[in-house]
Design a protein around this ligand. Structure first.
Ligand code: GDP
Length: 300
C-alpha cells in the first residue's frame, strides 16, 4: 500500500472532520479554534503540539487577515508539513562494506515479526542477500512465525530452540551471514520492554556478540511501535528509546487507525526519527517514511 491508501482512516477521521468543521462554522472565531483543537487532540497529535499549532494558526489568521474558515485549511496542512519536515535522516543506514545488521525491539503484538518479514521482502526485491535471525526466543510462537515469513519471502531463518540464549542465536546468524556473504541480517529480539534494565542487559549482550564480528554493527536498532495505541506508543518510545541505542522508529498499523496525528506527536517530542511505516498486513505494505508523501496522503 502507498501512503494514500494506508492513510485512508486518518484522512476520514481527522482531515475530513476539519473539512466538515470549516463548512459548518464558516467563520473563524473562538469556537472554531476550540473545535479544531478537539479534533487535533482526538487524532493524537499530542496536546503540546496542538496548542502550538493553534497558536501558530491564530498568528497566521491575524497576519494574513483571514476571515473565511475555508482559507485556513491549506494553512493547517502547511503547518503540519512544517512540523514533520526536519533535517534529520529518515533513511536506513546500510553498511557499504559488508553485512548490514539491523536489530528490532518492541513489545509483543506491535508488528515486529511482520515488519522484519516485510523488510526482508523489500531488500530481496532489490536483489540483496538477506538472512533473518530468530532472536526472540522468549515469546511462544515467535520463532515459527518468523519461519513462516522466511518461507513466504524466500529468506533463510537462523534459529535455535525456544528459550535459548538470544546472543547465541545472534552468534550463529553472524557466522551464517559471513559464510553466505549476506548483505542484510535482520535480527528479531525479545526486546523485553517491561523493564528497562532487562532490555539493556539483553541488548548489551547482543551488541557485544555482534561487535566482535562486525565492529561498527548494529547499523540500525529499530524500535517497532503500534500506531493504533496512540499516545501509548509515544510513551514507550520515550521510556525505552532514547537511552538504549535505538536509531529509528517503525510505526506499524497506520492503516488501522484514524489517529495518524501520532506521527506528528512523535516527530515533535522525540529526537529519534521515524524511518519506516507499516500500512497493511501484506509484504508490500511497508514504506520508508517520507513527510511530504505522508502529508500528501493525509490531505489529498
Ligand atoms: P509481534 O508480536 O510484534 O511480532 O507482532 P506481529 O508481527 O505478530 O503482528 C501482530 C499483528 O499485527 C498481526 O496480525 C499482523 O498482521 C498485524 N500487523 C503488523 N503490521 C501491520 C500493519 O502495518 N498494518 C496492519 N493492518 N496490521 C499489521
Amino acid at each position: 500500500k502507498q501512503f494514500k491508501d494506508g492513510l485512508e482512516k486518518s484522512r476520514k477521521g481527522f482531515v475530513e472532520k476539519v473539512a466538515d468543521l470549516v463548512i459548518r462554522r464558516k467563520k473563524i472565531d473562538e469556537e472554531f479554534f476550540e473545535e479544531l483543537e478537539e479534533i487535533l487532540i482526538g487524532a493524537d497529535v499530542g496536546v503540546n503540539t496542538v496548542l502550538q499549532l493553534i497558536d501558530d494558526l491564530r498568528g497566521e489568521v491575524k497576519k494574513r487577515k483571514i476571515e473565511d474558515a475555508a482559507e485556513l485549511q491549506p494553512v493547517l496542512s502547511e503547518k503540519i508539513r512544517d512540523l514533520l519536515r526536519g533535517d534529520e535522516d529518515n533513511s536506513l543506514h546500510l553498511n557499504p562494506n559488508g553485512t548490514t545488521v539491523i536489530l528490532f525491539v518492541g513489545v509483543n503484538g506491535v508488528g515486529k515479526t511482520t515488519t522484519i518479514g516485510k523488510l526482508a521482502h523489500h531488500f530481496k526485491q532489490q536483489g540483496k542477500k538477506v538472512i533473518m535471525a530468530a532472536g526472540d526466543t522468549f515469546r511462544a510462537g515467535a520463532i515459527e512465525q518468523l519461519e513462516v515469513w522466511g518461507q513466504r519471502v524466500g529468506v533463510e531463518v537462523i534459529k535455535q530452540q525456544a528459550g535459548s540464549d538470544p546472543a547465541a542465536v545472534m552468534f550463529d546468524a553472524l557466522q551464517a551471514a559471513k559464510q553466505r556473504g549476506a548483505d542484510i541480517l535482520l535480527c528479531d529480539t525479545a526486546g523485553r520492554l517491561q523493564n528497562k534494565s532487562n532490555l539493556m542487559e539483553e541488548l548489551n549482550k547482543i551488541y557485544r556478540v555482534i561487535q566482535r564480528e562486525i565492529p561498527d554493527a548494529p547499523h540500525e536498532v529499530l524500535m517497532v511501535l503500534d500506531a493504533t495505541t496512540g499516545q501509548n506508543a509515544l510513551s514507550q518510545a520515550k521510556l525505552f528509546g532514547e537511552k538504549s541505542g535505538v536509531t529509528g522508529l517503525v510505526l506499524t498499523k497506520l492503516d488501522g487507525t484514524a489517529k495518524g496525528g501520532i506521527v506528528v506527536a512523535i516527530r515533535q517530542e522525540l529526537s529519534i526519527p521515524v524511518k519506516l511505516v507499516g500500512l497493511g498486513e501484506k509484504m508490500e505494505d511497508l514504506q520508508e517514511f517520507d513527510s511530504e508523501q505522508f502529508v500528501h496522503g493525509l490531505f489529498s
